[in-house]
Design a protein. Structure first.
Length: 460
């Protein structure tokens, strides 16, 4: 295949090694005029308008602004069939190739075999919910396997140790029906995430399944235009569920005529020993450092607290932090305040240790349909502050079992933090109520019962 690469930025450089030897790059195009007339790895760089002079099979979009690029090319008269998203390309390159990693123990059971499909095996929200869902089903003897497009080595090891086999299919996003022979071996399939819409449609044709959505609105904004060829009638044939009211509303914004029910997620119950010494009060924000997670709002709220009060407080930032402009701003702000500590990304064992020290979980996300970290905090009996744009917000009453602040409002978040500082004697009682909220709504047992009822209805 002869391709033209559209985009020569970070996105391309991080993925260029996935372009195999059977693919010939005949040219690069880019909207940056400073690059025109130059070469990259011996290949010429042109303006997009020069595309009519180039012989090629496909134009490969290599940017996070791929939807804008596609629109630009279509307006130039380029056929949609000639335009390819990176995920489409990857599906073609890796078509028919499977990696299978078997669980530690060989399990035999008369119970159903369940397949959970989601984008990437890691330690983020959807991946952790899939793991917890697997554990909920395993407790009743179900055999559970994962299917993903890529995997993190540590997360893969954790899955295998939990007797979950993992199937890696690099072209999962655009899998073809004829490649699904291995899916036929399962009795029921759970597809997690909006970006696997193609998978949900294809699997629904051959197996009882549900499409379980956890996605915030920004995920739809980036993916909806890619799937403009999908008919609403295809979606109406699928049993669709959302993890929260927020996730349900996000889906309805783009598919108002398609039915979607609620299926709350569950978190594995764990206990930890709380460190009871005369230490500082610790507030922690947990998650990938980015604008959606609103670490900047957290920092602005911290700046409103007096130096005198900060002597008895620490603020922890836990999560992967890179070097983009937003992340650099967070790092610089943290360096100027000794009460702020950046712990970086922690694995599950490390997280369990730090939870014994954390007093308050802060989740000021601008948008989070499925805030697993808050539910996890409530499970541990921690006081949690979450924004009103999260899926957990409807379950929280201020001052009773936690706190809800306005998304993007640093003043409101500061007021919630300040209330806690003035009422430290109330934290234990609020934490107990948070634990009750978890037990009432988010245990694995409740999730399993809901899933078994759904599976029964889907297979009748």
């Amino acid at each position: 295949m002869q391709v033209v690469i559209f985009g020569l930025g970070v996105y391309y450089n991080l993925r260029k090694n996935n372009i195999n030897q059977n693919t010939k790059i005949v040219a690069f195009i880019d909207n940056n005029s400073d690059l025109w007339g130059k070469t990259n790895e011996g290949i010429s760089i042109f303006s997009p308008s020069s595309i009519i002079q180039i012989q090629y099979d496909k134009i490969l979009l290599m940017s996070r602004k791929s939807n804008e690029m596609k629109k630009q090319l279509l307006e130039m008269g380029i056929s949609r069939k000639k335009i390819m998203y990176y995920e489409e390309f990857l599906a073609e390159v890796k078509r028919g190739k499977l990696e299978i990693f078997y669980g530690k123990r060989s399990c035999s059971s008369n119970k159903k075999r369940i397949l959970i499909i989601f984008p990437i095996l890691g330690f983020h929200g959807v991946s952790m919910i899939s793991l917890y869902t697997a554990k909920a089903l395993q407790k009743k003897g179900y055999q559970v396997s994962f299917a993903v497009s890529d995997k993190d080595k540590k997360a893969l090891s954790e899955s295998i140790n939990n007797d979950i086999s993992v199937i890696v299919h690099g072209g999962l996003y655009y899998i073809k029906s004829y490649e699904m022979f291995w899916i036929r071996e399962f009795d029921f399939v759970i597809i997690n995430s909006y970006e696997l819409i193609n998978v949900a449609i294809e699997v629904n044709k051959i197996k009882p399944c549900i499409w379980w959505l956890h996605d915030p609105l920004f995920a739809y904004k980036g993916m909806f235009e890619r799937y403009d060829y999908i008919e609403n009638d295809d979606l109406k044939k699928i049993n669709i569920f959302a993890v929260s009211d927020v996730a349900q509303k996000c889906f309805k914004k783009y598919y108002p005529d398609t039915k979607i029910n609620l299926l709350k997620y569950g978190i594995e119950d764990k206990r930890i020993t709380v460190e009871k010494n005369n230490r500082k009060l610790i507030f922690a924000i947990i998650g990938y450092v980015c604008e959606i997670k609103a670490q900047d709002v957290f920092m602005s709220a911290i700046n409103k607290i007096s130096k005198k009060k900060k002597k008895d407080i620490e603020f922890w930032i836990i999560g992967n932090i890179g070097n983009n402009a937003f992340q650099q701003e967070i790092k610089i702000a943290a360096e100027s305040d000794s009460s702020i500590k950046i712990l970086g990304e922690l694995d599950r064992n490390e997280m369990n240790k730090v939870y014994s020290k954390i007093d308050v979980i802060v989740n000021p996300s601008r948008e989070d349909a499925c805030p697993t970290v808050v539910v996890e905090g409530m499970m541990y009996g921690r006081v949690c502050i979450t924004s009103d744009e999260t899926g957990i917000a409807p379950f929280i009453k201020n001052g009773n079992n936690g706190f809800v602040c306005k998304a993007g409002d640093d003043e409101d978040l500061y007021e919630k933090i300040n209330w806690i500082l003035l009422h430290k004697n109330r934290l234990k009682d609020i934490g107990k109520m948070a634990r009750i909220t978890y037990e009432t709504n988010f245990t694995l047992e409740k999730l399993r019962k809901s899933l078994e009822k759904i599976m029964e209805n889907c297979t009748d």
